[in-house]
Every structure is written in structure tokens, then in C-alpha cells.
Design a protein around this ligand. Sequence first.
Ligand code: SF4
Length: 733
Amino acid sequence: MTVTETAISDPAEQGTATHCPYCALQCAMGLTAPTGEDSPTLVSVTGRDFPTNRGGLCQKGWTSAEVLSAADRLRRPMLRNRSGRLVPAGWDAALDHVAEALLRIRAESGPDAIAVLGGGGLTHEKAYTLGKFARVAIGTRFIDYNGRFCMSSAAAATNRAFGLDRGLPFPLADLDQADAVLLLGTNVAETMPPFVQHLAGVRDRGGLVVVDPRHSPTAALTASGAGLHLQPVPGTDLALLQGLLHVLIAENLCDTDYLDDRVSGFEAAAAAVSVWWPERTEQVTGVSADLIRRVARMLAARSPRRGRGAVILTGRGVEQSAQGVPTVTAAINLALALGLPGRPNSGYGPITGQGNGQGGREHGQKCDQLPGYRSIGDPVARAHVAQVWGVDPDSLPGPGLPAMDLLARLGEPGGIRALLVHGSNLVVSVPNSEKLRRGLAGLDLMVVCDIVPSETAELADVVLPVAQWAEEEGTMTSLEGRIIRRRAALAPPHGVRTELDVLCDLATRLEAPCRFERDPAAVFDELARASAGGTADYSGVDYARLDAGQELFWPVPAAEPGTGAPHPGTPRVFIDGFATPDGRARMFPVEHTPPTDDVREQAPVYLLTGRVLQHYQSGAQTRRVPALVAGAGEPFGEIHPNLAARYGLQEGTPMRLQTARGDLVVRCRFSPAIRADCIFVPFHWSGSGSVNRVTSDACDPVSGMPELKVCAVRVLPDADLDPARAELVEALR
Ligand code: SF4
């Protein structure tokens, strides 16, 4: 495999114009595949000029084509035989086996004994078809997706405050003009490096504020007068936000005209922050009162009322929490008090993580939603979608359960007996993953569609090999609500099918009561009709408009009111009002509660989880790229030298970390840039070093988001290692 690393600007040299398979920045790239060859041995990758990445790609993007020819690429269906081994099978045999098992389980235990789990990396076409397949071909109410671990807290909070959840409500390039940007719990310098270009202006103006317990590469961008870094105690972001709002109110820095004209609920939110004076906030968060006042005053001075504009952005660091929704609500309250949403160079937005984490939650794979971001409990929505599908509205199931609740029913008596997994490597990405493994072991049937033998596929009864991003047509929606085209640069390897083919063939075998399309353009046209009139209205979008290079941000209704001309899309929402019944945004009072694990009683150190530059999510793809493995080949525990000294740990030696749910062993990596009461472990790996073996599965009660980011951990010396761990430690030495 050769990957050409050049950024080019001449469209004629760009090959197939598509986008990166990984994160929600969806950097534009060109792929050039060899002609006349079956094997993609010489796919070249080039960065394409595009408003978000401006020709840039990160190391993951540059090397993404290498996964196309991974040595262990799945090329044949696999069935588990009587002796428990996965063995190759033909497609007909595999699909017949799956259909017969699903029909038997449905006949014995009803459709809700079958569950479907999708992914935030699936194209719209696949996510939409998966939702339709679950509700119509199977008839189950149990479908959800791994975006539950990504965007659910932000989605719930923004829907409640603004009446709409679109990720960023403005084009990313608007950041270039902002005078202040507050980043909470996001490390874009590692997760999506081309994003950093859009922070150049605010850094020049000294207005970047980063909130992170680690001095991450993103926090380092605040150096040399570019801004400020706040290192709060883990799990206290909500308290910090309350303290900032307290200062705005105490010092008469709120945008009162904006609050009067456009916002409801200020008084209750203000009452809730009255107890968060800076000195008390300092006691809880560890951030000095002076710094809290300084940040609040800077944001106010640069808000559109007094300056050029300010933006507040949140990421998983504050959202993946059992108080994820209240924390995002506190960020929104702050933004509203400053008068940011719907104003020039200003606003609040969450930074979507997965490639189609935004679009994936709009078109029907969430447990409570139908296409177009419609509620499955709304009779009007049910009737509209049922009419597009050609089924009786009463035949559609009701709302299911969020992913963690769904997974808790796996293998339980009277619970879920069969699970279909698409685009998700659950056993690495789900918290408290050993508990999940026990649930999976109790299933009668697990079917995994994947491109490589992921850790989840290895546990399946049936593994179906499916096409990768460069081998398929489709659409995605980026973190800024922009609808983009994914294009095929080469055919899938012999023996590999698309997920649309798989779902169509299974629907036929299950005698589904309506037609399923296998052509992506036809699926998209149906999706557009199903979304018409919904919150996420895509009815004015088709492949021809996207292929003509039109920049389309949803909502895109079929036509402009009055003129009947094609709707131009909506790059900026909330300009003229919010999507609430009265057009006003809503503030809500919120209260700080500490993380569910208690570091004072259960264990003395905070365990933080996150990402590194080289790997994407569970690492199923990026751990198969040699250059990325060379950069980051194993999990590690980042620890302050002072904390390491307390436990007698040396740089590079193994350490055992234990939480209430289990333990893991990782190699020590010293860093003076992390708080001395924290250890950071990235979550991209499986096995004994998989940090999600020990993370907490406590969930936010509104969003169902698990508390992946913070838990209490005990550091144990080598002497406490059991024999199995000792063996691993020897291997690590
Ligand atoms: Fe861009 Fe994200 Fe892909 Fe990196 S991983 S090239 S930042 S889309």
C-alpha cells in the first residue's frame, strides 16, 4: 500500500472527491484508485480545498486508505459452528441462517426480543434504512445507536433550550471572526487538527479560553498571550459555568436587551447561580476566583453587545457525564446571558464527534425518533412516515430505550435474545464493558456487519463483511449541519456487500410488508420525502444538487415559500428566532452534583478518559494502520510525576488501576501537564488495557449518556497484581 501525501488544489488532479471516513469535521479529500486491478494496492489520498479543512488532513485522514486493504479485511461471511469457531460461509447460507433465527425468536418471544444497534459513522442512507428495517421488517421498538455515547446530552439540552439540535448552528468558518472562543471539554488539536485553523484569529486577539483538567495540546494553544487555560477539578464544569454566570449577573454584564427580547427563564437560572460566588466556585472547582472573574469579564467585553462576538463550544469532556444535560444547559445559560445565539460571529454549539454523528441522529436510528428528527410518539409524524413507507401507522412500534438501557436487557430473562450490530465496536466503546460481555454471552444470536474482525465481531454468531467508505455512495452531515456527498472511488473486494444490500436481502427473507431500496440515491430520495416537514427537513436535497457543488445546510425544505424556487438551505439558524413555539430561547436552573463515583470515599484519584491524535474511537480501523500504531501502539496512563512518586512508579513501568468495576494495566507516562490528582487513559484499545473495562455506566437520566469521562480509581503496586495481570506486566516490561 502506498499513500501519497500531497495537498492539491487543481480539481482535475483530485481523483474521486469524497470525505474522510472518520470524525465529524468530514475533511474533504480526493482518492485515486488504480484502474483494472481488483486489489486497492495503490490508493492515493489528497487533501481537497473545502471550507472546513482548507486542504488539510490529520494523520488519520492521510492514512485512511490503508484500511481498505487491511491484512485481516473481512471478505466472506462467517458463521459460528457447533464447536464455537467462526468459519467461512456463503452469503445465502449466512443470510438464511440469520433470517430463520430472527423469525424463530420473533415467533417465540415477540419482536421486542430482537434489538438493533446502529452507529454514528453510518451514512444517512444506511442509518435511515436501519431504522426502517428495525421498525418494519422486524417490528421491534428496540433500536438505538452508539451516538448515545457521543451527542445525546448536547442534543437533549439544545432541543430543550432552542427547540432544535443541529450541532453547530453556524458554518465553522464563522469562528474565524469571533473575538472570544470558550472551549469546554474538547481537545480539537488532537481529535480534529484542521479545526485549529479556525482558531487562528481568536488566538491572535488573545481570546481563546480552554477548560480541561489536562494541559492538552488544545490547552497549549492558549500560550504566549493567545488566551487562558482553566484546569478545574474533574466533574466540576457545571459549577465553573455557574460561577461565570454569577459574575455576569453580579457585575451587570448580561445582555439585558437580548434577554428581554429573546429569552425566557432568566430569573430562575439566575436564582440557581446566586450561591456560586467566585470564592465558593474556587473551593469546588480549584479555579481561582480571580481567573473566573477575568474570563467572565473577557467574554462580556467581546460579546456582540460590546465587541465582535464570542462563541461557546462543548465537547465530550463535559457532555459524557451523568450530569451531561445540566452541564450543557449551564453552558447555554451562559451563552444566552451574553446574548450570543443567533448573533454575528457568536453562538453556542457542541462539537460533534463521529463522522455522521449529526446526521445519524436525524433520520431514525434513535430509539424515540423517526426520519426528519420526528418524534415516534407523535401521531402526525407516524402517519407521514408510514405513508412514505406504505405501511399502517398503527403497525409502527413505539419508543424504545436508550442504548445503555437496551444493552442492560441483553440475555436477561424476558429480555433481548438477538442483537444486530452495525458500525459499532461495543465491547471497546461501552463503559463497564465486562458487564456488557456477560450480556452478549447470554444472547441466542448476535449478528455483526463490519469491515474488519473487531473485538465485537469476534464475539458474534454471524459476521457479515460490508463495504467501506471509499467503496460506497452516500451522504453525511458534518458537525456544522452541512450535507455532504460520499463517493465511491473503487468497488468493494470480491465477496463483500454493502449494508444496504444486506438489509434488503434480510427484509425480503423476513417478508417485510414494504419495499426496501438498495440504490443509495433511491434511498436518499425516500429519506428526503420522509423528512419533509420535519425538524430536520432534507426534502429539498438530492444527489444532483450536492454533486453540482451546492452548499446545503439543513433545514432544506423542498422550495422557498412564496417563490417556489429551490430552497438554498440554512447556514445559520436562530437569526430571526428560536425553534420553540414562541420563538424564545429557554434558560433552565441547574444544580451541580459531583460525579457518581466519589474520590473521597471510594478511591483517591480521578481517572479521566479520552483520545489521542493517532486513533479514532474504538481503534478498530486506526489500529490497523502501521504508521498510526507506530505513533501510539498501546494504552498508557498519563500521570503527574508527583502522583507517580507517591506510588513509587517509574516512567514506562506498568501500573494497575482499579475502580469499583474492575481493573486494568497500563504503562506509566509522566506528564507535568496533568493535574496531580488525575490519571488520563485513552480508550482506543481492547484487552487488559481497555479503560472502558472500568469506567462507570451511570447515566444522565434525561439523555441516557453514560459517565464515560470521570471515575474514581485506586493505584495499586505491582505486588497486588494477580497472576494473569503479572503475566501482562512482564510482557509490558
Ligand atoms: Fe479531518 Fe477528522 Fe479525518 Fe482528521 S479524522 S482528516 S480531522 S475528518
